[in-house]
Design a binder for this molecule. Structure first.
Ligand code: FES
Length: 177
């Protein structure tokens, strides 16, 4: 991502300050890492764990507290592909589309998830902010392809018919079924 985007990101008029609740949480995270700027990645990982993405105002606050430039923080956020600057759903679904999974029909699984959750490649997060659907190139379960994961749970030998059953426990967790 180039300088223009960096500027757009930080100079946008919509830039906001953290609210009291966010500040409390961010202070907690910063304190845990002793406000050490060399631990910025671990700090950002904790922020992402909390919010499921890196809110712009949180990045600005962290930069200020760690006495780092906003551009540097933004550089870290965009360098690592596990960091997201866009809000994600509570549960992140990763459908593997590596070679082993692709030949065992991962695409129909991806399509079925997208259709069921009303998401697309361009809009990967469901309207209720529960699920984000992404693709990955390997989940390390090639022998039992096709594979997918939801957060840390890996599902093997998946087929579109199992989709409802897989999603059920996450809806249950949310008290939606
Ligand atoms: S290619 Fe899908 S798990 Fe390896």
């Amino acid at each position: 991502m180039g300088n223009e985007n960096t500027n757009n990101f930080f100079l946008a008029e919509r830039r906001r300050n953290v609210n009291e609740q966010q500040q409390q949480k961010l202070d907690e995270i910063l304190k845990k890492h002793e406000y050490k700027s060399n631990l910025v990645i671990a700090i950002m990982q904790d922020v992402q764990k909390e919010y499921h993405y890196l809110p712009e105002e949180a990045l600005c606050y962290i930069a200020k507290e760690l006495k780092m430039s906003e551009a540097k923080i933004y550089g870290v956020a965009t360098f690592y592909e596990n960091f997201s600057l866009e809000p994600k759903g509570k549960f992140v679904i990763k459908i593997c589309d590596g070679t082993a999974c692709h030949v065992r029909k991962s695409v129909p699984i991806l399509e079925e998830f997208r259709k069921t959750l009303g998401v697309t490649q361009e809009k990967p997060t469901s309207d209720d902010m529960l699920f984000t659907v992404e693709t990955v190139s390997c989940l390390g379960a090639c022998g039992l392809a096709p594979a997918m994961s939801i957060d840390d749970q890996v599902y093997k030998q998946v087929n579109p018919d199992r989709l409802e059953q897989i999603l059920e426990r996450y809806y249950e967790e949310e008290g939606q079924q």
